[in-house]
Design a protein around this ligand. Sequence first.
Ligand code: GDP
Length: 171
Amino acid sequence: SSCSSGYYRVLIIGANGVGKTTLAKRFMTSEYMSSFEIGNDDDDDKMLSVLVDDEESTMEFIDHSEHEEDLDRFPVDAYIVAFSVHDSDSFEVAKQYLQNIRFELFSDRPIILVANKVDLVRKRQISTEEARQIAKDYDCKYIETSAALNHKVDELLVGLLKQIKLKLNPE
Ligand code: GDP
């Protein structure tokens, strides 16, 4: 039997066009998802119940596309900072977000740096090594995904939940 354990809010941030909306949609159809609701107002907030290791958690995904200047308006449990590997500008934007979260908000919440669109192999501009180093510098987890191909999206979802729980209940 499963038990309900927590309610977590996750902010998804990154430059326009990196695949934030596509990732959030993929979460909704993940095999770990047990139910979901999409808010009936005009915003993009999405709620999702996830069943991992017999524990059900509710996650709310907030797509925060435009207003990078007021990140602190959104108290959250974790961040997904996404960029596209074929767009070096989007990597610069992601770095700026990492900087803001760690050194302006002084937040030590879990961050997963997501390198999306790894299916665009020949157009790739940002290497794994380069992105991994930045993740390390800012104490983030790092994962490479293709939202388009649904590659590693479940791993991202489960990894995110794991990081949130680790932070709340350190061993
Ligand atoms: P957002 O602005 O960050 O929400 O980006 P969207 O989710 O709207 O995606 C922008 C465009 O990139 C859309 O045309 C998506 O279909 C496409 N896209 C999203 N993820 C991927 C991916 O992993 N690979 C490829 N090739 N295209 C993607």
